[in-house]
Design a protein around this ligand. Structure first.
Ligand code: DQA
Length: 146
């Protein structure tokens, strides 16, 4: 069975109350539950994690090798700063979809830089919580599951 890790970075635990005008009012628990329902319907195994700590995210990427077939990664602000996360993705050689709720290219210029984009299969941004569903579809299509 295809297995996907959805990994969420700093401050995404606050979704629902954090700047709802930017990120919407859906909580991370709501997103997890929608993703689990979708994955079950598609016959895909799903692991869903969140951490506010860069090293924990890197450990999760390392551990994904051998356990999961691909990763959907919303690294939050670490997207714009973390060469270490980029290196971790390169090291495990798993397909990664970069995900953001907001359209990072339409926001402050410091959010336009992504260290993940060059090592990702692709990027989905600007579709709010629905982006998670789009990312699952994209990864499943990559694996020939649709
Ligand atoms: C984000 C965009 C980032 O720039 C920001 O730092 C986040 C959330 C998004 O999902 O839109 O924490 O990754």
């Amino acid at each position: 069975m295809t297995s996907i890790l959805i990994l969420n970075g700093p401050n995404l635990n606050l979704l629902g109350t954090r700047q709802p005008e930017v990120y919407g009012s859906t909580t991370l628990a709501d997103i997890e539950s929608a993703c689990r329902g979708k994955a079950e319907d598609m016959g895909v195994a799903l692991d869903f994690q969140q951490s506010n700590h860069e090293g924990v995210l890197i450990d999760a990427i390392h551990t994904a090798k051998g356990r999961h077939d691909g990763i959907i990664l919303n690294a939050g602000a670490l997207t714009h700063t973390s060469i270490a996360i980029m290196d971790a993705i390169n090291s495990v050689e798993l397909p990664v979809i970069e995900l953001h709720l907001s359209n990072i290219h339409a926001r402050e210029s410091f959010r336009h830089k992504s260290w993940i984009a060059p090592v990702a299969l692709g990027q989905i941004c600007g579709f709010g919580a629905h982006g998670y569903s789009l990312a699952i579809d994209a990864l499943a299509a990559h694996f020939g599951k649709t």
